[in-house]
Design a protein around this ligand. Structure first.
Ligand code: A2P
Length: 286
């Protein structure tokens, strides 16, 4: 059994989920999901922007699990503006997945006009089409702005988080407001050196774990929901075997000391990026 966190509406979310960003080949997506389910995953994180929702749906069906035993997330992309467009993209997402509901739907980035996306998501949630709704890449001020017109508070904020970008201030805000924290690029996305960091390596050696397992264990102990991405069988399996061994307080403190604030992805406070992103309709335009 994978440990879970409980959202503000009582829904349970498994604390490790398989990320599939930049997994473009449909068969690779399907194989990764089958491997993940076989090794114990019950949670998959996709997005319309990733362009692989149809393959994710096929992977889920081929995994042999009941739909209700898997937690599946998707996200509305930044080119979708307004109430009706959001409803339409959600319905397209469901049609691609061939699902009749989604577990979690997120606003992918705080691009201008996100209040209207949220209004549509609230209605989809009330209609029982989505079990939980939330945001991604939102800073506290953007959540505050959303709450001026929202009637339902976001249940999740999914942001870039790894030992070099620990999101300490944001986490404090989320915790006070009963919003759960999800980590994208929990291992640094293959774009920094965190997997070969000497501090992580020492801790890994002491526990006979891999560096990836130490980092994921660190996320778990902070109460974060981590979404590691891999297409390799051994890594997919390795990344979910993080529940037996606990890091000590001293080790957690050592990792806390690694925070430099260095991002590997886009900056949610970069207005030019947010504006540009509304003209992309899938990742190939990135
Ligand atoms: P690959 O997909 O080739 O296995 P993140 O989860 O932070 O987005 O990081 C994903 C990156 O880290 C990918 O490049 C992935 O490569 C790699 N990765 C995922 N799991 C592991 C692991 N257990 N050990 C080493 N590298 C990993």
């Amino acid at each position: 059994e994978i440990p879970y966190q409980t959202l503000s509406n009582g829904v349970h979310i498994p604390q490790i989920g398989l990320g599939v960003f930049r997994v473009n080949d449909a068969q690779t997506v399907i194989d990764s999901i089958k491997t993940a389910v076989n090794t114990g995953y019950r949670h998959i994180d996709t997005a319309s922007f990733y362009g692989n929702e149809a393959a994710v749906g096929d992977g889920v069906r081929q995994s042999g699990l009941d739909r209700k035993d898997l937690f599946v997330t998707s996200k509305v992309w930044n080119n979708i503006r307004g109430y009706q467009a959001t409803i339409d993209q959600f319905n397209t997402t469901l049609a691609k997945l061939k699902f009749d509901y989604l577990d979690l739907y997120l606003i992918h980035w705080p691009a201008e006009g996100y209040e209207e996306n949220w209004r549509a998501m609230e209605d989809l949630y009330r209609a029982g089409k989505i079990r939980a709704i939330g945001v991604s890449n939102f800073e506290p001020q953007q959540i505050e702005h959303l709450m001026e017109t929202a009637t339902i508070q976001p249940m999740i904020d999914q942001v870039e988080t790894h030992p070099y970008l620990q999101q300490t201030k944001l986490r404090e805000y989320l915790s006070i407001n009963n919003i759960l924290h999800e980590a994208w690029s929990p291992l640094g996305g293959g774009k920094n050196q965190v997997l070969t960091d000497p501090v992580i390596a020492d801790i890994a050696f002491a526990h006979q774990l891999t560096a990836a397992q130490v980092i994921l264990r660190w996320h778990i102990q902070r109460g974060t929901i981590a979404l590691p991405k891999s297409t390799h069988t051994t890594r997919i399996a390795e990344n979910i075997h993080v529940f037996d061994e606990a890091l000590t307080d001293q080790e957690m403190t050592k990792i806390a000391g690694l925070d430099t604030g260095a991002r590997v992805g886009s900056d949610p406070t970069d207005a030019a990026f947010l504006k540009r992103s509304t003209t992309y309709d899938n990742q190939n335009h990135n």
